[in-house]
Design a protein around this ligand. Sequence first.
Ligand code: COA
Length: 435
Amino acid sequence: MSSIKKKFAEKAVPVATEVKTLLKDYGEKEIGKVTIESMISGMKGLPILLTLTSKLDPQEGIRFRGYSIPELQEKLPKLSADDEPLPEGLFYLMLLDELPAMADVKELADDWKKRAVLPDYVKKVLDATPPDSAPMADFAIGIITLSNESEFVKAYNAGAGKKDYWDSTYEDVMNFLARLPLVAAYIYRKHYHKGNHIPADPNLDWSANLAHMMGYDNPEIYKLFRLYLTIHADHEGGNVSAHTTHLVGSALSNPFYSYAAGMLGLAGPLHGYANQEVIAWIQDMIKEIGTATPSKEQIHDFCEKTIAAGRVIPGYGHAVLRKTDPRFSAQQEFAAKYAKGDTFIQIVNDLYEVVPPILGSIGKIKNPWPNVDAYSGSLLMHYNIKEAPFYTVLFGVSRALGVLASLLWDRALGLNIERPSSFTLEGYKKKAGIE
Ligand SMILES: CC(C)(COP(=O)(O)OP(=O)(O)OC[C@H]1O[C@@H](n2cnc3c(N)ncnc32)[C@H](O)[C@@H]1OP(=O)(O)O)[C@@H](O)C(=O)NCCC(=O)NCCS
């Protein structure tokens, strides 16, 4: 057994005991109240999930096992002092609740390298999808196809009991994270480079290797990928991709099915698809105004038009956050360092001045500030990765780190199937006291 797996097994037992005690001794204790608004308006703010890997604060933003993004940038192992953290280290932190040393990251990365093989049948399935299929559809197809090798399914069918589920899930999660960049890069090269695939470079880290297999070999792009794959990794348990992965996993669906389901949620315009929509929307703006360097007044008018047409401004607003997303700020800082003078990024920066007052003046919008998706595409564009329909796949690769670390904990804690109840309209009226 690898030392990381052994450590996980040792940590899982006392945490599982704590959760059981909480349930047994405090199961009747009430937290918050359920209003009809939260029942009908997407359960916003309802405390209904146990997620160990991260917590989202409306004012401060995300903390991974207690660490903010700037803290991770300082404390997680990096390849050099001015680099971004290695996302392998973030996975280690989320899984084990322990800041890794570089040796720990290396052990994990070496393990993933050994597991990083994309079976031929997955390639054949991906080759067979239509040339104009959406990259996110291919992504889900590739992930589901990989489930053929699920160790969890094998163990379950061989009669493994509940207390052992975590063990085979661990193998699935590690195999899966090792192979995910291969799936993503395969889809990218299939769609945008005539299927001219690039083999992995075993000397590169997880993020740089993804950039390399996509066809981008430049130390700055490697840095961007490390940042990108770190900041998108987790956003506590209630967001659509995390919650869906957890929900589907709660039925004991294998980790591949569970994560694929989460990815189909990420593909929605109100979630991860927003990163591509931002780009398409800014391109429409440039086309309509007729200049790549619009003034703030012109940007303002275009935003007003978008809202008047009943559309949302993509990349702005959030269901939990009530301030600028620190993931936006981290990318803005990266752009200030490496992408000075980029006119597209200038529009993104100008939008940050123009949009919040407009959204704020509407009144009904709870958060007028930008989220992660407002920035990410423009940085990829800066490095010539211009295929926006692929951007949500990149988001998905990163999100796997958090939701699969969580799924592994779900299995280790023996969490039950999720099954909230619903009311009919008559039921709600009765609750509201309406005759
Ligand atoms: C993220 C998002 C889905 C959160 O939704 P939410 O929790 O329902 O947000 P709110 O409670 O603030 O929404 C209240 C109203 O403001 C609207 N609103 C929210 N964000 C808006 C935006 N960026 N532009 C225009 N209108 C917006 C909502 O559509 C809703 O309108 P309705 O009452 O007519 O249905 C929403 O802000 C949004 O659609 N943003 C754009 C898409 C995006 O960037 N998604 C990525 C999120 S990480």
